[in-house]
Design a protein around this ligand. Structure first.
Ligand code: FES
Ligand SMILES: [Fe+2]
Length: 359
């Protein structure tokens, strides 16, 4: 008998050195959300974003392929682009070297004067990219396994739950700053042991709490539940698609989650770690063509006012508590049968979190 599994030591959440290790390690070795493919609708469209402290940009090539590059010129390291936009070629603002949309050096003022200058040896540094239901994911590790190996079956399931994903565009992003470590927020998202006490809309709402469960599927944490009282929904859930009467979610380790509400309404969580004590959660909401959709807007508002608001207070209190000298990590409530009142998903998360730091 080894006794119950203890929650992770507080220093993993509060120590700035741990955060530094995560930035250079975990964030650079996992699949991270970059931008939505609808930002890159046409040839030459680009969008910049930051991952693991690195500036990157995604750009759509003449072959229609989305590529992602480090946002740095191969001449003398000036930044190439900022924000979003569209361009025929990538021109560095420092000395006007130009690159093809596929990253090869195309021209540079007076480079022909340099004897032995081999243009073909200069190319922007490309990183691994995968499009996942219109979401552009990036992995800075050139040897990373494909997303299908990390999250087996998740893509196929999501395509079933969101059959019109190719038509969806972001309608709005709700930004939620939280004064806590990103892992506190992710753990809170990944267990429902706290739900009956803290989320009245959860306990008395759409889902049947006693059927709620969360199971690892590779490094995806899959939330499933049965629903009840669907006749009392505030919107019409009859989408004509399969699974319209279900709720489901797919958390992709370490910082992204897809949720599908009844009526096949897609919404997402994207955690952005700022430092050891701050995270910003972006709630993404989508509609066909990105046109205003009252149903989706109402859902976003309702979610912000209930679940999100209730969770902010929980995670911020936990983060303060993790800094208390009086805190001794307690046992996790892991029920071998799983279920809504079991913290087994936290146990899995904490193993992945510890592995990322201690190897
Ligand atoms: S640094 Fe980009 S052209 Fe010189
Ligand atoms: Fe919660």
């Amino acid at each position: 008998m080894t006794g119950p599994i203890k929650s992770l030591d507080a220093r993993y959440y509060t120590d700035p050195e741990v955060f530094k290790l995560e930035t250079g390690g975990l964030l650079a070795r996992t699949w991270q959300f970059g931008c939505h493919a609808s930002d890159l609708a046409k040839t030459g469209d680009y969008a910049t974003f930051e991952i693991a402290g690195e500036s990157l940009f995604a750009i759509r090539g003449r072959d229609d392929k989305i590529r992602v590059f480090y946002n740095v010129c191969q001449h003398r390291a000036h930044q190439l682009v900022s924000g979003t936009g569209t361009t025929r070629v990538v021109v560095c603002p420092y000395h006007a070297w130009t690159y093809e949309l596929s990253g090869e050096l195309r021209a540079g003022p007076n480079i022909k004067a340099v004897e032995g200058f081999d243009k073909s040896s200069v190319c922007l540094t490309e990183v691994r990219v995968e499009e996942f239901l219109g979401f552009v994911f990036v992995n800075l590790d050139p040897n990373a396994a494909p997303m299908e190996d990390w999250f087996p079956g998740a893509r196929a399931e999501l395509e079933e739950w969101v059959p019109n994903w190719a038509e969806l565009k972001p309608l709005e992003w709700v930004e939620i700053p939280e004064n806590c470590n990103w892992k506190v927020s992710v753990e809170n998202y990944s267990e429902c042991y706290h739900c009956s006490l803290n989320h009245p809309t959860f306990a008395n709402g759409v889902v049947k709490p006693e059927t709620y469960d969360i199971h690892p599927q590779g490094k995806c944490l899959r939330h499933t539940t049965e629903c009840q009282a669907l006749d009392q929904m505030t919107y019409d859930i009859n989408s004509g698609f399969a699974h319209s009467h279900e709720y489901s979610s797919w958390f992709l380790w370490p910082m992204f989650s897809f949720q599908v509400y009844p009526g096949n309404v897609l919404n997402t969580y994207h955690w952005r770690a700022i430092d050891a004590d701050h995270v910003v959660v972006w709630r993404g909401w989508y509609s066909v063509g990105g046109v205003d959709d009252e149903k989706v807007r109402k859902l976003a508002q309702q979610d912000r006012a209930t679940t999100v608001e209730e969770d902010i207070h929980l995670v911020e209190s936990v983060h303060r508590g993790l800094k208390s000298r009086g805190y001794v990590p307690g046992p996790l409530v892991v029920d071998p049968k799983g279920g809504v009142n079991s913290e087994h998903p936290v146990m899995h998360l904490q193993r992945w979190m510890k592995e990322a730091i201690d190897g």
